[in-house]
Design a binder for this molecule. Sequence first.
Ligand SMILES: [Zn+2]
Length: 81
Amino acid sequence: MGDSPAIGRADATARILLICPDCGHENAEYAQLLQSKAIFYCAGDGCDYIFEIGRREDFGMGFAELCRRFYAALHLVGRTG
Ligand SMILES: [Zn+2]
């Protein structure tokens, strides 16, 4: 496992945890699914937060940004929870 931020190179079948900064819902989705979407809606009850993954043509950059947000959210949850 380790703590290397290599989610961008994750296998298509790997699951990526998207922690919503709005409601705190943990959205665990397959990398393959996320790679096919430009945006991902939080599945939290009554929450309309949208994870902006980016258009497919600049998926790499968008996904890298998403990973940074993911780690930021993870740290935030770790501090408060
Ligand atoms: Zn949410």
